[in-house]
Design a binder for this molecule. Structure first.
Ligand SMILES: [Zn+2]
Length: 435
């Protein structure tokens, strides 16, 4: 692969990177102190001022920022730039009430583009590639983030946005698409629909998928790669920090490199907030080192991961984090047991004859939580005799009980019964408050 100059920061010697991080951190802390009242008052409560940040380690003295801070200061309370310097607003739809709003100056948009360019380059994409961008365009950061990144790389971007699966497949085939961006669950849906239309993706020029915006498992990756004949890369980001482009997997597929020159990572204990050493699992906390319009200092992502010690075989000096398997927000408590949808997915993918389309339905009967897992099975399994289905049902229930430590009801459904999403898959339907 030819070396691309914009990838140079990926290989910075660690001492130089650390120096750059500290200098940027001091600038951003001073900026937030001067311009964001909530941040200033929290620092004052702790008897802190920007000059106390004299080392990178001192970051752990700073207060956390949490999602409710964004809601409580809706819409513009955390902005550190006047509106006339802000060139873009995005918003993420919260599950409850008001969305959270994020802002960018032109410099922020340029940084965002640069980390997306670097992300695509890490995936081996370059000028000449044709990128089908099936992330939603709009207030969601996915669409425009990938769009400007692709253009910045010099690739051809097709801004098809989400939805209209048949048209996606037609474009992919007729335009000679070499890479696609979307959620992994939507891509899987696309693969299945392509098969129904007699299009074999393995025969197309498509060679890479840049998938993000929802947690997905390694088994799901294997399934995607073998069905479509591509390499599937995990991309990570969140609107509160910048959008997609915070971290990306390299071809080693052994963790995601964090663009540490712009985003400073820490792992903390989800309950105590104590900083954990590399290798230990906890909640990812990120600080934006170069975001002017809306600096995020020690933002608690709710994503559970660990920083991977040691250097990656690809030679990049950027630290890596493990793929996000779960978010602390996703945790369900069923009869006192902690359950994550990703555990269900991992268990299902191990059982022959199932499809990675499932839904968890929670109800309450006689005061007790009931969990039902609906799973699509392959058409071949469905055409088999009744005995085979019963056996499959039993092996799924066993696999789930083994992983979750909980007996759950399993319902096998025909292929394409569970509603497909064009964005993030809806895995859980919680009807407990209605019963
Ligand atoms: Zn690497």
């Amino acid at each position: 692969m030819t070396f691309q100059p914009f990838s140079a920061p990926d290989y910075l010697p660690r001492p130089i990177l650390a120096e750059m991080q500290l200098s940027r951190l001091r600038t951003i802390v001073s900026r937030a102190w001067e311009r964001v009242p909530l941040f200033r008052s929290r620092l004052e409560e702790r008897g802190l001022a920007p000059q106390h940040i004299d080392s990178l380690a001192a970051i752990s003295r700073l207060p956390f920022t949490v999602k409710t801070d964004l809601r409580d200061t809706y819409p513009f309370g955390l902005f550190a730039s006047p509106m006339e310097e802000i060139v873009r607003l995005h918003a993420s739809s919260g599950t409850t009430g008001k969305p959270i709003v994020v802002a960018y100056t032109q410099e922020d948009v340029d940084v965002w583009t640069s980390v997306m360019v670097r992300s695509f380059a890490v995936c081996g994409l370059h000028k000449g590639d044709i990128i089908q961008n099936a992330y939603g365009y709009g207030l969601f950061t996915g669409g425009l983030g990938a769009h400007y990144g692709g253009e910045g790389l010099g690739a051809t971007v097709i801004p098809i946005s989400g939805g209209n699966t048949d048209r996606q497949i037609m474009v992919m085939k007729d335009f000679g698409v070499t890479a696609i961006c979307c959620t992994p669950s939507y891509f899987l849906h696309l693969v299945e629909r392509a098969a129904q239309l007699d299009v074999d993706l393995r025969e197309l020029p498509l060679r890479a998928g840049v998938f993000g915006a929802e947690p997905w498992t390694s088994s799901m990756r294997k399934r995607i790669e073998s069905l479509a004949g591509i390499t599937a890369f995990d991309i990570y980001g969140l609107s509160e920090i910048i959008g997609p482009g915070v971290a990306i997997e390299c071809p080693c597929q052994d963790g995601l490199h964090i663009f540490e020159d712009h985003f400073y990572p820490e792992i903390v204990h989800p309950e105590t907030g104590e900083v954990l050493p590399d290798g230990e699992e906890g909640e990812l906390v990120l600080t934006t080192l170069s975001k002017f319009a809306m600096p995020m200092i020690r933002y608690r992502t709710r994503d559970i991961t660990a920083l991977i010690p040691g250097q990656c075989a690809c030679g990049r000096s950027l630290r890596r984090m493990r793929r996000i398997g779960r978010r602390s927000d996703d945790m369900l408590i069923i009869r006192g047991v902690n359950v994550f949808p990703s555990q269900v997915e991992a268990a299902l993918l191990e059982v022959e004859g199932t499809l990675p389309h499932y839904q968890i339905i929670l109800t309450r009967a006689h005061g007790l939580d009931q969990m039902e897992v609906q799973v699509e099975v392959t058409p071949e399994t469905f055409s088999d005799k009744i005995g085979a289905l019963e056996a499959l049902n039993e092996s799924i229930a066993d696999a789930l009980e083994h992983v979750l430590g909980l007996h759950v009801q399993v319902t096998l459904v025909e292929p394409h019964t569970i509603q497909r999403s064009e964005g993030k898959a809806k895995r859980v339907i919680d009807r407990r408050s209605q019963s």
